[in-house]
Write a protein that binds this ligand. Sequence first.
Ligand code: HSE
Length: 297
Amino acid sequence: NEIKVFCPATIANLSCGFDVLGLCLDNVGDEMIIRKTTEKGVKIVKIEGANLPLETEKNVAGVALLAMLEEVEAEFGFEIEIYKNIKAGSGIGSSAASSAGAVFGANELLGQPFSRKELVKFAMQGEKLASGNAHADNVAPALLGGFTLVRSSTPLDIIKIESPSLLYATVIHPQIELKTSDARSVLKQTVSLKSAITQWGNVGGLIAGLYTQDYELIGRSLHDEIVEPLRSVLIPGFDLVKQAAYEQGALGSGISGSGPSIFALSKGAETAEKVAKAMCAVYDSINLPYEIHVCKV
Ligand code: HSE
């Protein structure tokens, strides 16, 4: 009658794949308990670790689950306890973790009427509430694991990509909050043909590199000349952190989601740990507190 759900953090965009690429960090995340209740509807009964609204319609988990319940006949209701570890505005998919966790857990209690891919569209409603835009690049990897590509969001077409066996992510979160809606408001609505050509070349290269486990190709493709230049100015020490990651052998580095977290991908755990140390040293040198994660992806 109840389920405990691990709600993983995610890295969206992966440099060149704004709003379409993401990956799951399976050792960083929140926990959620979802319980069946005789009373129908959705109640958020407890939130620990963050100051978030308990009202169902104002909470991303509540909104995502309500969207799901519009499409399925449930004989019972749900109450949700949320234990947040992922900070809001961190760039590693805090709202997506809650939205995805709620629909995943409720789907299990309902006997799995929906596939994991079908759950994405409900979880996206939580993203819409959080950022004003129903993007799937965090909720898709949170629900499916590994890397995901959102080939299309209307209609939804999501492709799961298996991770190359030696690929590791390092993510550093400088302890400032950057709202996705603010980080989206600095973006331009048009791109030049020249930048678009560079970007889709890199997206194709990254996908090909992931499928063929070509780490050099993955590294060459981790570039973003459309979004990163506009957003990186919002992140303290961004260029130094990125440079430190490259100096230690990272394949590539960029903004995690809408920031302020910065990610790097590396071949092998040893390199990922060295990258972590170098990234931390940058923030240590300017006395900026941070959280650091190294994860097999
Ligand atoms: N693709 C989104 C963005 C991810 O970069 O705005 C953040 O939720």
